[in-house]
Every structure is written in structure tokens, then in C-alpha cells.
Design a protein around this ligand. Sequence first.
Ligand code: GLU
Ligand code: ZN
Length: 310
Amino acid sequence: MSHDSSKYRGRFAPSPSGPLHFGSLVTAVGSYLDARHNRGEWLVRMEDLDPPREQPGAADRILRTLEAFGFEWDRDILYQNRPARNDAYRQALDLLSQRGVTYPCTCTRKEINENAVPGVEGPVYPGTCRKNPPSGRKARTTRIRTDDSGISFRDLICGHIGQNIAAETGDFIIRRADGLFAYQLAVVVDDAFQNISRVVRGSDLLLSTPRQIYLQQLLNMPTPAYAHLPLVRDAQGVKLSKQSMAQPVNDRNPLASLLAAWRFLGQTAPERHPENPAEFWSWAIANWDLAQVPVDSTAGERASSRETSG
Ligand code: GLU
Ligand code: ZN
């Protein structure tokens, strides 16, 4: 893969746990427009890392929706669930183990819940197996040692974000009890592998970013710029998700959804209504303004529970 670090390279990384809904469309639109407005490349990565959560056919359906909406991606789609990627995640884990920053953990979720205080994303792991290395019991997960030094970064939308990972998430899982590599590890390895220079994604991942930066530092990988978009919520204020059965977007009427995503992202309405997606895109790429994207009101609150799937 050629490496030109001055070049903008963005990505959209859907998980194929269901069809695209309006929330994931907003993320796709925001990442695409930001990349194209900056004359960058835009890659699609299928995060099919978690077969138990996958919905058969969802990956292809997502790609057909992106096509129907007029998205054009660069290069080949990267699928996480391929032997080469699995080898890359394993190598990263081996490197971390060689550096002495991983340890086996035998704790069940129930044991952790009984002893832990709540953190930004589920309970803060109390460090049981770090302090008393397990003997006799079989390791369930592999955790990474965190430290108290604190990680901070400046999000291009949300501004300064600081987190003490040790206190706010605790030592986190990089290999799950079912043997699968954790999202946090895979996303770091793949963002580096694909030379991603700017990550534009939903604010549900804002508080995962310090963990990802921590892993990048341990693995000597560059840290991309980050921009976390506001989340689309339902009438009850709950984030739209495949789990909450959000309606899929309608492939036969892309223009209406594209304009709705544009408005949701705080962008100025076009003076002349575009006639079709192609017209929308050429106008939108020229007029995209990241500075107008609103900050998610609850971006700093606890995010999804993906990390607890140990
Ligand atoms: N696959 C994740 C999701 O669909 C996104 C991961 C990322 O953008 O880092 O929520
Ligand atoms: Zn443990």
C-alpha cells in the first residue's frame, strides 16, 4: 500500500448487524462529504468482526444501499473477517504481550459487576487479575494494562476530550471470551493499515477514542484526527441502532434521506433543490462545512455497551 501521509484518507466502517438506518446514513454522509470536500479518499471497511452479531446478507445490503445513494468508494472494501486481518490483529496482540502490557483475565461478567464501579462504558474493571494473576482457572479474556497518565485529544467537532482510562474504563478487553478480537484492537490496527488520516464517525465512539489512542501509542501507530458527529435519536432520546429496530433507509428514494442527513448535520439548505443524488453530491461536496456540524448534546455521557461483550 503506497503511503502518502499528507493525503486525506477517510473511511466508513459499518458493522453488518443490519441494514443502514438513518443514523448510519448520517455517519456515511458526514464522513464522505468531509473526505471529498478535502479532496481526500474515502474507503469502506466492513466491520464483520463479530459473526454472532452479524445479520446474514446485511453486508451486501449495506453496500447496495451505498451504491443506490450514489456513494463512490476508493480501493477495495476491507473485510475484517478475513484470515489476513485476523493475522494482523494477532500480531498486534503478540506485540502488546511482548511489551508486557497484557494479561489473562478469568473474571466472569457477573464477578466484575459485583466488584466494580460504573465507568464511561459499563463497569470499570477492578484489576482483580492484574493484582492476583490467576492460577488454576482458565483465562477467559485478554486485557490491556491501563495507566493513570491520561489521554487527551482535540476532536474537530467536540473540542478537547480528556480521559483517565485507568479510572474511567479500567483495563479493557482486547481479546474476548469467545476468542474474537475486540473492536478496540481491530479498529486501531485497521485504521493504521489503511492509512486513515481522519476518522469521522458517530459520537457513540467519542469515549472509545482515548482507548484507541492508547493502543496506537503502545503499537507505535499514528493517531489520526477525529471528528465525532451527533447521534440521531428516536423520540425517546435513544440512539437509533440496528438493535433498536430502526427503520432501514429507502433505497428507492435516496434524495429525501440525503437532504435530511444534510440538515441533521447542521448544513445550510441549498437555494435550489437538487433534482437527483448526483446533483446533491456535487453541490454538497462543494458546500460542506465541518464547522457547522452541531456538537452532540450527550456525547460525553456513557456510550454503547460494546466493550462489555467479554
Ligand atoms: N463499526 C462501528 C459501528 O458500526 C464503527 C466503528 C468506527 O467507526 O470506528 O458502529
Ligand atoms: Zn479478571
